[in-house]
Design a protein around this ligand. Structure first.
Ligand code: MN
Length: 482
């Protein structure tokens, strides 16, 4: 039975006001859901309780936890947003209405789905906490998916893999992304799930053996060099990300080198590089597989050093090196910047951080306003989120991430619409290239603009981003009118 004292006890140093707000939300939600049951036959309140618990684990603030408890109350016809606002204030009311699903409306097929996504994106672009509530909600729904009708199971699982987990990934929330994917995978693709699970099982034993051996020699060497890791563990690749990788390699598991990886956490950045040096002194690294995400973090904020080495006895193993801060970022991403620390809030810094990390959500929300037809919106949203990304550099070293297959035109429009509209040519790694060249990870791209240049309809054949499409179409129709 869920009880309020135990719930409050989970909070980290709550203020009196926090406790009051959360207690009120707890009792309110309990009352509203009093006679409701989940498909599992369990009392409905258990669902919002679990979702709110996840929010506590993510370190969310009191209004977000309260909104988590209340996130399904608006489904009850008697409860309106006005009531929530009167009881809990504007902030909580906004979070609740943003996170409220609109499943209660009449089923309108695909369109309904797109509609609820639009609503979600708009709310999220105003306040990313809405999304974190949705992720916590979805996580518990997936944990209880076995009680749901099979056709609905598959829809929810696919939606999770196509929309929610890519968003969690873009926000750097590695732990929740992995959990969502592994829960949804068996329902979305049962056959592929079984196949992947079997492959992993067969291969991970062998892999583990190599890692253990490396770990023993490395520990000795680190001790000699007076480096004391904070923690060392193995991480097994999440099943769904393994499956995605296997698909790229014709399901040949021998081509996947990071099935299991040794993960070493050390105190400082300098120690990360020292450990990398020590490793390379002991084993030969595979060329092209040393990745310095410390100096060049992934676009979602992920940082670590990665290297893959020949173990010397026929094996190949991946090692990841990071600090505790990098580890926190990799697991919780944006959520760790929203961490509730009393007296430690720095609104300016938070805004900077959040503004940068969620700019792409604002962009999606902005652009969806202009897409009239829901089917197209949904399809393009999926492509934008699901596609693998390439990281492209400006000549100044700024990173732009684009969907795989993007061209210099996509790059130009991502920098600025004005640059896109006047693109006349492009240099990739200092060499002139045609505008339909597909960009590769790490390319340095410089756009050459000319005042008199304007977009050509031809560009539409090879661009990859919705942003470029939108601007090119607008520019073309403008010229046509003049
Ligand atoms: Mn819910």
């Amino acid at each position: 039975m869920q009880n309020i004292q135990e719930f409050i006890a989970l909070l980290k140093s709550p203020s009196h006001k926090d406790k009051e707000l959360i207690t009120h939300a707890f009792n309110f939600a309990k009352k509203v859901h009093e006679n409701q049951k989940r498909f599992s036959g369990e009392p409905y309140f258990g669902h919002v309780f679990e979702a709110a618990k996840t929010l506590i684990e993510l370190g969310m603030d009191a209004p977000t936890i309260a909104a988590g408890l209340l996130h399904d109350t608006l489904e009850e016809s008697a409860i309106t947003e006005a009531i929530i606002e009167k009881e809990f204030g504007k902030e909580v009311a906004f979070l609740v209405s943003g996170a409220t699903k609109i499943d209660k409306y009449e089923y309108r097929g695909q369109e309904r789905h797109a509609e609820s996504l639009r609503k979600l994106l708009l709310a999220v672009s105003k306040d990313v906490r809405v999304l974190i509530i949705k992720l916590a909600d979805r996580l518990h729904n997936l944990k209880t998916l076995q009680y749901v009708r099979p056709d609905k199971q598959r829809r929810i699982a696919l939606e999770t893999l196509e929309i929610y987990s890519p968003i969690a990934n873009r926000l750097g929330m590695g732990r929740i992304k992995g959990a969502l994917e592994d829960l949804a995978f068996p329902y979305a693709y049962p056959k592929e799930y079984e196949e992947t699970k079997l492959l992993l099982k067969l291969k991970s034993k062998e892999n583990q053996k190599y890692l253990e051996k490396i770990y023993r020699s490395l520990s000795k060497q680190l001790a000699e060099e007076h480096i004391k890791p904070i923690s060392t563990d193995y991480r097994l690749k999440h099943l769904f990300s393994l499956y995605k990788k296997l698909k790229r390699y014709d399901m040949d598991i021998n081509k996947v080198y990071d099935l299991a990886a040794l993960r070493i956490v050390v105190t400082t950045v300098a120690d990360c590089y020292r450990v990398l040096g020590i490793i390379h002194g002991m084993w030969r690294p595979l060329p092209g597989r040393i990745k310095d995400y410390v100096a060049s973090p992934k676009i979602n904020g992920y940082q670590s050093l990665h290297t893959t080495i020949f173990t010397g006895d026929g094996g190949i193993a991946e090692i990841q090196i990071r600090t505790p801060e990098m580890h926190q970022e990799a697991e919780f991403g944006i959520a760790s910047h929203l961490l509730y620390k009393e007296g430690e809030r720095n609104p300016y810094k938070e805004e900077q951080l959040l503004g940068k990390k969620t700019a792409w959500i604002k962009e999606l929300a902005e652009w969806q306003k202009q897409v009239a037809e829901s089917g197209i919106f949904l399809r393009e949203l999926k492509t934008e989120l699901f596609k693998d990304r390439v990281f492209i550099f400006t000549p100044d070293g700024d990173v732009v991430d684009l969907p795989e297959g993007s061209t210099p035109i996509d790059f130009a429009y991502t920098i600025h619409s004005d640059i896109g509209d006047h693109t006349a040519g492009a240099r990739i790694n200092k060499k002139f290239c045609s505008l339909n060249t597909k960009l590769k990870n790490g390319d340095i791209v410089e756009i050459v603009t000319k005042r008199g240049s304007s977009p050509s309809t031809k560009w539409l054949e090879y661009i990859k981003t919705a942003l470029a499409r939108k601007h090119i179409k607008a520019a073309i129709s403008k010229t046509a009118r003049n």
